[in-house]
Design a protein around this ligand. Structure first.
Ligand code: ADP
Ligand code: MG
Length: 326
């Protein structure tokens, strides 16, 4: 059973960067305003996230790493919405099957914090009292220690760190109200944003002034196909060899090849061949319009009215770029 669980967990947690994505979403769900990430060896030796969110109650510590344990059902309007998210309560459980997991946490109501170690979905021993501020520190050590092949399939620590940094950067742009810090253990921050900044400030801080200078912002709402869109994208004076696209659907970082192709097509009439924009898009829609079969680790999403929605986005983008080009 342990092996089966481990394989299943390895499907959900494929590399340090996607473990981090799950942990970031948990910290954001817990209403954190400061989130610090600390990395050793590209997240393979240590991937640690500290937040100042609600914390986890002592009585929940014995079950948080069991599969399907979630405190978030009330957040979801109905059963379809839960199903839409594909999986609930699997992230910590999965991580505990493929790494050494430690949780240190304190809620506002408890006098002291608690620290607990987990393996294969279970609390080891009991949670021990400890000092600490409100919030949660999750430490993942020796990721994939039990899966040597998986470990070998990963890239170098430097490349895994780059993927981690990329994920954190995108969440920082999407969540400008939250302050983020990313560092390699013992070093100066590799990435840092302030709490209560603006999205464009964060784009400047992370992606640089050349992009920030050419940014334009637009948003739209469509009642027919029930979506809202918020964008920050570069005008046609900006072009780079590498496209940068940040896409959030219902506040989750995802990929959509169809949308990316459409955006590229609009820009291609304005940009020199082989040159690309910077594009941030946050799309929201009723959760039940998202593909129910899509597993969150398959980052590629599909949604209802996809062709129509993409067509509308293309038209909007076309109009914006025309306007900015005159
Ligand atoms: P899910 O996010 O789908 O509920 P997870 O396995 O990611 O499942 O987390 C399990 C539970 O652990 C969450 O529902 C939440 O109650 C708790 N939790 C995890 N991380 C945090 C955190 N950083 N702050 C507060 N609670 C957390
Ligand atoms: Mg989660």
């Amino acid at each position: 059973e342990v092996v089966v669980n481990r394989i299943a967990a390895g499907e959900i947690i494929q590399r340090p960067a996607n473990a981090l994505k799950e942990l970031l979403e948990n910290s954001l769900d817990a209403k954190s305003t400061h989130i610090q990430v600390n990395i050793k060896a590209g997240g393979l030796k240590l991937l640690q996230i500290q937040d100042n969110g609600t914390g986890i109650r002592k009585e929940d510590l014995s079950i948080v790493c069991e599969r399907f344990t979630t405190s978030k059902l009330s957040k979801f309007e109905d059963l379809t919405e839960i199903a839409t998210f594909g999986f609930r309560g699997e992230a910590l459980a999965s991580i505990s099957h493929v790494a050494h997991l430690t949780i240190q946490t304190k809620t506002a109501n408890e006098r002291c914090g608690y620290k607990a170690n987990y393996s294969d979905g279970k609390l080891l021993g009991t949670a021990k009292p400890c000092a600490g501020n409100q919030g949660t520190i999750i430490s993942i050590e020796d990721l994939f220690y039990s899966m040597p092949q998986r470990r070998q399939a990963l890239k170098s620590p430097a490349e895994e760190f780059q993927k981690i940094s990329d994920v954190l950067a995108k969440y920082a742009v999407h969540n400008p109200q939250v302050g983020f810090v990313l560092r390699k253990q013992g070093e100066q921050p590799a990435l840092k944003t302030q709490a209560n900044s603006t999205r464009s400030e964060n784009i400047r801080a992370i992606y640089g002034a050349a992009i920030a200078k050419e940014l334009m912002e637009f948003s739209c709402k469509d009642d027919m196909f029930k979506f809202e869109l918020e964008c920050q994208l570069t005008q046609v004076n900006y072009a780079a060899k590498k496209a940068i696209m940040l896409l959030f659907i219902n506040h989750r970082l995802v990929e959509s090849a169809a949308l990316k192709t459409a955006v590229d097509a609009v820009y291609s009439t304005y940009l020199p061949r082989g040159q690309h924009p910077f594009v941030y898009m946050s799309l929201t829609m009723p959760a039940h319009n998202l593909d129910v079969n899509v597993h969150p680790t398959k980052h590629e999403v599909h949604f209802l009215y996809q062709d129509e929605i993409i067509e509308r986005i293309k038209q909007q983008l076309e109009a914006q770029l025309l306007g900015s080009n005159t």
